[in-house]
Ligand binder design. Structure first.
Ligand code: SF4
Ligand code: SF4
Length: 458
């Protein structure tokens, strides 16, 4: 791997702005074995989740077209912003809590970017092109043909992963239709599939570790989310320094356990030297631990010069304090939020009704002197079956209401917005207003009354 240059803001950039391509050396070891188990289990999970149904709906589906979000049996509509807010808040606080305890374990072990890059694309790359040492021995033509073969394989995988990603947004049934029918019948869908495939290919074939080091906001949040007791991948300076190559060591000098072999650097997928301390680019993949453990075994020193520990432990040798304020406060807030969320879900109304004013003139005075308010009534049916809704307006005779679509039938989990006209004599309006109540019911127990102000001339 190429050398890191002094003054670089990024480990993957040279002073002249050109890119240093990362070709990390694979380090076998106990952490890699565990990561493989977790990672391949996650790859299977990511692949099958779009096909898993809970309560008759996809377990996770962000149905952009229908503007609905399915989350393990719960359906969120655009009107459920409060519910969604509490759900997202609970998830974010959960991430904060896990980060406070286990550091960036998500980045190195759970994030699809790392899992696919390090356990799928990178191994395939090593298989086809060989590691950096073997690549240097290849003649130009062989190297070029292998590279094209690699890109072809990457493209096939990008197509599969791109469509799998899309299934979380459009559902696998719709995706299957797009894939099996002529592109001309679903030009929009075909375009989305092509763009998603292209983006996945671009990410894993070209952009790679820069997604973590340049784009991902989570990396930037870690300084706020971690504390000195959080679990990190760290180098034991007290034990390792003064680092010195084996040949340069003399009896009785101040050499530590680090033999400055750089095995931890050449294995790092983001190209950093963990001996420089905790860095934003460290995704906690633990490859440097496996690399250094192997060196320690070879030179007969105890493992763990680089290890999973807290900054506090590494600097003081004192045990890490697991119980601390943030580790207790986060779960307490999460439990409170989830309790409130369960309450909101349990008391959720089977329908939402909204009365909206017409966008143009709020009212018109007709030739006979009466005043007509033109409104829109939106009904969201939250139940699993079609429902028919009746409309009444208190203080307004039925003959004065024109609601052509009422009784209004709304499909399960669907919504309909329909026009309603209310025509009243001018003298009903006092100070330009007449207060009424819109009452909508479904005959099966749902009833709502919405206060509303009809407008007229002063
Ligand atoms: S692998 Fe271990 S011994 Fe080698 S440079 Fe890194 S910390 Fe030092
Ligand atoms: S420093 Fe170690 S744990 Fe961090 S990204 Fe590099 S190899 Fe992975």
């Amino acid at each position: 791997m190429e050398q890191k240059y002094e003054g670089n803001v990024l480990t993957t950039l040279r002073d002249d702005g050109s890119r240093i391509w990362m070709r990390p050396k694979l380090s076998q070891g106990r952490f890699l074995n565990r990561r493989r188990i977790v990672g391949y289990a996650l790859i299977v999970l990511f692949l099958v989740l779009p096909f898993v149904y809970v309560g008759g709906h996809p377990a996770i589906l962000l149905d952009v077209m229908a503007r609905r979000f399915y989350f393990f049996g719960t359906v969120f509509h655009p009107t459920d912003s409060v519910l969604l807010m509490f759900t997202m808040l609970s998830i974010f606080l959960g991430i904060f809590w896990i980060t406070a305890l286990f550091g960036r374990v998500w980045c190195g072990w759970g994030c699809p970017q790392t899992v696919y890059m390090e356990l799928l694309f990178r191994p395939l790359e090593r298989l086809i092109e060989g590691d950096i040492g073997k690549q240097r021995q290849l003649d130009k033509a062989t190297f070029a043909s292998r590279r094209w073969l690699k890109y072809a394989v990457f493209m096939v995988i990008a197509f599969i992963l791109g469509n799998q990603f899309l299934a979380y947004f459009v559902g696998w049934e719709r995706l299957a239709v797009w894939m099996t029918e002529s592109p001309w019948d679903h030009l929009g869908g075909f375009g989305v599939m092509a763009v998603t495939t292209g983006l996945v290919f671009f990410d894993f074939a070209y952009f790679r570790e820069q997604m973590c080091t340049v784009i991902c906001p989570y990396a930037r949040l870690q300084s706020a989310l971690l504390d000195r007791q959080s679990l990190i991948v760290g180098y034991d300076k007290l034990r390792g320094e003064a680092r010195r190559r084996v040949k340069a060591r003399k009896d009785g000098d101040d050499s530590g356990d680090c033999i400055d072999c750089r095995a931890c650097v050449i294995t790092c997928p983001t190209g950093i030297d963990i001996r420089d301390g905790l860095q934003l680019e460290c995704i906690a993949c633990t490859q440097c631990i496996d690399a250094c453990d192997k060196i320690m075994d070879r030179i007969g020193k105890p493992r763990g010069l680089i290890r999973l520990s807290s900054q506090y432990n590494l600097e003081t040798k004192a045990p890490t304090k697991i119980v601390r304020p943030r580790v207790v406060i986060y779960p307490l807030i999460i439990v409170a939020l989830l309790g409130f969320l369960v309450f909101l879900l349990a008391t959720k109304s089977p329908a939402d009704v909204t009365v909206l004013r017409q966008l143009t003139a709020p009212y018109v005075v007709l030739e006979d002197g009466t005043v007509r308010n033109q409104l829109r009534v939106k009904v969201v049916n939250r139940t699993e079956s079609p429902q028919t809704y009746e409309l009444k307006i208190s203080g307004v005779e039925d003959s004065k209401i024109l609601a052509p679509q009422f009784p209004l039938t709304v499909n399960a989990l669907d919504s309909v917005t329909t026009p309603v006209f209310v025509t009243l004599p001018k003298d009903r309006f006092e100070g330009g207003a007449y207060n009424v109540k819109f009452m909508v019911s479904d005959g099966e127990g749902f009833e709502t009354a919405l206060p509303y102000m009809l407008l007229g001339p002063e």
